[in-house]
Design a protein around this ligand. Sequence first.
Ligand code: NAD
Ligand code: DAU
Length: 358
Amino acid sequence: MDHSLTNHPILVTGGAGFIGCNFIRCLFAHCPAVSVINLDALTYAGSLNNVKDLELQDRYRFLHGDIGDAALVKQTLAEHDVRTIVNFAAESHVDRSITGPAAFIQTNIIGTFTLLDAARQAWAGKEDSCRFLHVSTDEVYGTLGPEDPAFAETTPYAPNSPYAASKAASDHLVRAYHHTYGLPTLTTNCSNNYGPYQYPEKLIPLMILNALTGKPLPVYGDGLQVRDWLYVEDHCAAIEAVLTRGRPGETYNVGGRTEKKNIEIVHLICEELDRLHPKSGGGSYREQITFVKDRPGHDRRYAINADKIQAELSWTPRESFETGIRKTIRWFLDHQDWVNSLMSEKYAEWITLNYAQR
Ligand code: NAD
Ligand code: DAU
């Protein structure tokens, strides 16, 4: 039987971030009877501007707090009789994990442990009516050579960055809580997402905004690294499918079967912007591309084998890269207020820290 999302409020953690806010929006669009508690610490990556429209709905509640706060998590699970948790909360940027790994250990490992342990205690004896979905990444599998087969659920873990290692550790804890305590867990390992509300530290939004503001487009190394891109709403649909119909204890890989080299992505963004928003002085945005010092330990290629989720849950991506990137660029052009709200001193500090010495 499908897991019901409507009998009890769903605890979504990290719902003020990029994927989390898209997930709540998608869920509300598909399921009129669902209610959500969004627990988010509002780090630099989370913003109430990402969930403004949701605030207007009675079935949405925001809770400002940390997933590592055991007392708060326990109280929330008990007070609202929460039976479904979707854990997006994380430090998510690889470059930041290189300059400051401690926060990744704290939130991604200790935070996930705290949530798992609170759920174990709250759900004792009623596990059948509960689900804990942990949103993870393909980066736990490490890197692929050009001819290697795509990552399957059986690929051994080989994380290469502090971010990937912290997510791998959290995945292992999720697995252990299922095997040891029978916690009804599900894990999704997804490839690179892009779309509305993505924080402009990640490749696609950074390139769009740098292009529009006349700044350099900083391509790491030779730009020939490969990522497997998925439009965020397709990821959200996959999470919903796994949450309602996935088998507890299982992991599901999610990806777009859209392998692209970084430099191709940057060229595509430039071409789209040349068409949609031509440079005032003429010329192409391509002229702003600069090759900069590579990311240390940079994984060369990611690719996802999504056969399992397709076969078991009939999930496939709906958006092609060409349609998804067009929608994304249009969204950034149309949401200048949102962009302006992020342009803080802290953002400028990050750009200096990550790019000044490259
Ligand atoms: P994001 O950085 O945009 O958002 C993270 C959110 O978590 C923010 O709202 C932040 O305030 C919140 N948060 C951080 N620490 C917290 C804490 N201790 N307690 C409560 N909230 C906290 O991240 P994203 O890109 O939306 O990624 C969401 C999840 O999906 C992450 O777990 C990430 O590892 C995973 N993932 C991301 C991608 C991608 O391409 N972005 C791909 C696969 C998996
Ligand atoms: O694969 C899933 C992962 O995808 C998620 O788990 C992470 O949370 C998410 O951040 C993303 O990780 P990446 O490191 O792949 O994403 P990022 O956007 O930082 O970089 C994508 C590629 O572009 C990568 O090869 C590095 C390169 N890059 C990135 C930036 C920010 C550049 O060349 N220049 C840049 O300025």
